[in-house]
Design a binder for this molecule. Sequence first.
Ligand SMILES: [Zn+2]
Length: 222
Amino acid sequence: MKMPKNTFFNEERAEIDTMDLPEMASAPVGPEGPQRRELAVVEGKLTILVVRVVARDSETTRSEEALANSVFGANGQAVNMKSQYDSCSHGKLNFEMTDSRDSYYNSKTKIRNGVTTVYVDTSTGQGDSVMRNAVTAKLNSEYDVSKPNQLADLVMYCLPPGTFSGVAYAYIDSWNSIYNDEWCSKLSAQMHEVGHNLNLGHRYVQSENDFFCPYTIAFLLM
Ligand SMILES: [Zn+2]
C-alpha cells in the first residue's frame, strides 16, 4: 500500500480513504475488519458544522455559501448531504445546521448557516496533521470550547488545496471528517466520510456513486 505523503494515519480511530485514487489499492486501510466494526444505526437529529480554512499560504476554494449549499441545500441545491441522508434513512436521520454563534475574540469569525471560516497561522506544506490540530485549536479558542464537538455533533474540516494528497478521511464513530479542498462539497465524499463518523465501515460506504445510500444498506442489514 502506497501512502500519500503527509497523510494522517491513526491506527485506532481514523482511516485513509482511497476512493478516486486509482494508484492506490482499493482495500480498506486500518481497523476496517468486520470483526472490529460494530454497526450503530443512528436516528434522530444531528447538528453539523462545516469549517472553511484560511491558512497562511492558501485557503479552501469553496465559499461558505457553496459549502452550506452542498451540505444543507441552503442556497437551493436540491440534492445535498442533508437531503440524501434524510432520503436514505427514510426520514429517521435529520441533519441540521448547528446554531449560529459569534466568536468571543474576533468579529470576522462567526457560525452562520452551519458554516464558519477559521484563520490559522500554518502553511499547507506543513501537512494535514499540523493543519488539523491548528484548526481544532482555533475553533476552541474562537468559540471558547474545549473540543469542537461542543459546537456540533459532526464537524467537517475543509482544508486548503495542497495540504494533503488524498481525497478525504474520517474518524470512525466520532465527530470529525477531513476533506481535501473541493471534496468538501462533493456528495460522494460527504456521504462516505460522514458514514464513517456514524460508525459505518467500508462494507457499507464503499461506492463511487453520488447517490449511494450507506445508511439504507446498514439499516436493512440490521
Ligand atoms: Zn472510507
